[in-house]
Every structure is written in structure tokens, then in C-alpha cells.
Design a protein around this ligand. Structure first.
Ligand SMILES: NC(=O)c1ccc[n+]([C@@H]2O[C@H](COP(=O)([O-])OP(=O)(O)OC[C@H]3O[C@@H](n4cnc5c(N)ncnc54)[C@H](O)[C@@H]3O)[C@@H](O)[C@H]2O)c1
Length: 354
């Protein structure tokens, strides 16, 4: 972690999607590391509550901008001249992807194209990390774990939009690196992320905490789905290490990276909920299966590349990640900590853990 502090101090970093769940955590972490953080967010976003409750509007320079607007995006990037960009802005929900496929493709695919194109001739940039998803792989019902060079695919619009973004990212690197693009370009594929403060509807933890808090039954639509659940700090740590390496060795570290969980640690929705109820202290659940909408039943990422080359590895076991997440909500709801205090505490403890 000393390396993170040394490297990011005073670095100019742009985060797109900073008002989102992962964006808010990354913004605070980068502030703690001493970076100069610039951010792009978009108003209609449920998670911006976390952003404001972390008081990030006072700590970083935020511009409300739609990444679909190429002209405005380009002007902003040219004006601030960032050294590193973490592109996380997206429509990130599978269910919303089914409801609004065109919008999902516009934001996730065209939005990523806009980021790449707007960055193309900007000399200040050294690292560009585009966050896509573990859902970008072609579904094969395998439990072995997708490797970075496995086939891209996607049955639903969200997954397809992220797979399409991956193809665009790869073509920009292959076509322009060493010419108009002197910086490293990587894509980061992480698993199902949990942590305090997520407000997105139809995500397991926010729905679960809402029910627990209101003393309502927890409704599970897919109890047997297995996912690589991970605490939000795990992939963010991966992105931060990748950012440093891309900055120093752009060619070597460009390309796709999986930041998932250790082998054989995918966990069912039901198990996650049981750990959460135990940590909360009480709660009842009801299963109401949802067969109308397709989602992969098993999803596992192979993380050997990041472990071997980046020396990154997950620090928390799944039980710890769920407990840490539930503890965040419990402490905030019961007013033991403010969101800012507990998020900072989680970040500092993560940095000090082995
Ligand atoms: N949370 C997860 O479990 C998970 C898993 C895999 C991948 N991801 C990816 O990680 C990234 C962040 O996800 P999140 O969970 O923080 O999502 P989120 O919904 O909490 O945040 C999304 C962010 O993108 C911004 N945004 C959306 N549309 C925009 C637009 N048109 N212009 C500018 N900004 C726009 C929102 O304002 C918000 O800041 C996304 O790319 C998502 O696909 C998330």
C-alpha cells in the first residue's frame, strides 16, 4: 500500500461515474491517497446519495456531464488534462438493460467509444482503465472460470453492451497505440460487487438491507445463482495497481484483466443472504423464483493473470465481505458512524490488512 500512496499523491485522476457506488468509494480512496480527483457524474442516478453522504462534492471537482455527449466530454478532458482515467460510468443493471436496451448500448458502448476517442490525442494521459464486467464473456455454464482471452458474448443487452465495449477498447489499442495513443489502455472485468452505500434497485444487498431495515420479508428471485461476490475494495485495489503499472509500462499492461474471487469461492445468493441475516441479527426470507428473465446461473472469473503479473489478490473471504457490508449499513442506520467515517475506516483497514 505504500506504493499506492507514493504514486497517487498529487496525480491528476479523472473518474467517470464518480457519483455511482464504485465511483464514490474510488473517489474517497484516491482522496485519502492524496490524488487530485476530477469526476464526471450524471444526475439520474440512485447511488449519488452515497457520493453526497461521503461529502465528495466538497472534496473533488465534479462535472455533471452525459458521456453520450462527445463534444462536451472531449472539451472537459482537454481542459483538465488528466494523467489517469478510470472510466466507470455506465448503465450497470441487467434488468434495466432488458427494459432499455437502446439506452444501455448508448451509455455503455457508445459512451466508452466517446471516452476513447476524446482521449486519443490528449498528451497528459498515461493510463486509461475502462471498467466493463464479468458478464462480457459468452455464457457457457462453465464453473471453471473465464480467462481473459475467452470468447466475448452476452445474451442480454447489458452483457452485450459490455462485450461490445471490450471490442472497441481492443481496437483502439491495436490501431492507435504507439501512434496517436501513447498511453496504456486496459479493461477491467470484476464480479458482483458488494459494500456499504449501494442504493441500486434490484441488486441483492441494497434490496436485502431495505427489507431488513423495514422488518419486511426478503424476497429472493434467484436463490441458487452462484456469483463471484466480492467487497468493492477488492476490484478497486486491482484498478489502482493496474493504473500504476499502465502508467509506467503502457504496452505491457494494456489489455483485459479479471478481478474476481479465488477459485471455488463462487457463492449462492441464498448463502449470502443467510450470512447477512446472521450479521444483522434477525430477518425472514421468501423465495419467489423469476424465470422470465435470463441470467447466467454460474459465473466465475479466473484471476491467475492479475495474481501473477500484477501481484494483486483478494484479501477478504466472502463471509468477511458480507459481514463488513452489513456492518456498514447497521452502523449508519443506527447512527453509530456517519457514512464518511465508516467508509474511511473500511478503506484504511483494507490498506492495513495483508
Ligand atoms: N456493482 C457491480 O456489481 C458491478 C459488477 C461488474 C461491473 N460493474 C461495472 O462497474 C461500473 C460502476 O458500477 P456501479 O455499481 O458503481 O454503478 P452505479 O449505477 O452506482 O454508477 C454508475 C455511474 O455512472 C454514471 N452514469 C450513468 N450514465 C451516465 C452517462 N450517460 N453519462 C455520465 N455518467 C453516467 C452515474 O451517474 C453513476 O455515477 C459500471 O461500469 C458497471 O457496469 C459493476
Amino acid at each position: 500500500m505504500k506504493l499506492l500512496k507514493k504514486f497517487y499523491k498529487n496525480k491528476k485522476v479523472l473518474i467517470t461515474g464518480a457519483t455511482g457506488f464504485k465511483g464514490a468509494w474510488l473517489s474517497l480512496w484516491l482522496k485519502i491517497l492524496g490524488a487530485k480527483v476530477y469526476a464526471i457524474g450524471y444526475s439520474p442516478n440512485k447511488n449519488k446519495k452515497l457520493f453526497f453522504s461521503l461529502n465528495l462534492q466538497k472534496k473533488i471537482k465534479i462535472k455533471t456531464l452525459d458521456i453520450r455527449n462527445y463534444k462536451k466530454l472531449k472539451l472537459f478532458i482537454q481542459k483538465i488534462k488528466p494523467e489517469l482515467i478510470f472510466h466507470m460510468a455506465a448503465q450497470p443493471l441487467i434488468l434495466d438493460g432488458y427494459k432499455k436496451p437502446y439506452f444501455t448500448y448508448e451509455v455503455n458502448t457508445l459512451g466508452t467509444l466517446n471516452i476513447l476517442e476524446a482521449s486519443r490525442n490528449v498528451r497528459s494521459i498515461k493510463s486509461l482503465i475502462c471498467v466493463t464486467s464479468d458478464k462480457c464473456y459468452e455464457s457457457n455454464y462453465s464453473t471453471i472460470g473465464f480467462k481473459e482471452n475467452d470468447k466475448l458474448g452476452g445474451i442480454d443487452p447489458y452483457s452485450g453492451s459490455k462485450a461490445s465495449a471490450e471490442i472497441i477498447i481492443n481496437t483502439y489499442f491495436k490501431s492507435y497505440f504507439g501512434k496517436e495513443i501513447k498511453f496504456g489502455i486496459a479493461s477491467a472485468r470484476a464480479g458482483n460487487v458488494i459494500g456499504g452505500g449501494d442504493q441500486s434497485p434490484n441488486r441483492l444487498i441494497p434490496d436485502l438491507v431495505n427489507s431488513l431495515n423495514k422488518n419486511k420479508k426478503i424476497i429472493l428471485r434467484n436463490p441458487d445463482f452462484n456469483r463471484p461476490w466480492q467487497h468493492v475494495l477488492e476490484p478497486l485495489y486491482g484498478y489502482l495497481i493496474l493504473g500504476i503499472n499502465l502508467y509506467k509500462f503502457p504496452k505491457k499492461f494494456s489489455g483485459p484483466w479479471n478481478f474476481g474471487t479465488e477459485k471455488n469461492t463462487v457463492t449462492s445468493v441464498l448463502k449470502i443472504v443467510k450470512i447477512a441475516i446472521k450479521k444483522w441479527g434477525y430477518g425472514e426470507l421468501k423465495i419467489r423464483r423469476n424465470k422470465k428473465i435470463y441470467e447466467q446461473t454460474n459465473l466465475q472469473l479466473n484471476i491467475d493473470k492479475a495474481k501473477k503479473i500484477l501481484k494483486w489478490k483478494p484479501k477478504y473471504k466472502i463471509k468477511e465481505s458480507v459481514e463488513l457490508t452489513i456492518d456498514w449499513y447497521k452502523k449508519v442506520i443506527r447512527k453509530k458512524y456517519t457514512p464518511e467515517q465508516i467508509t474511511k475506516k473500511n478503506i484504511l483497514e483494507y490498506m492495513n490488512s495483508k
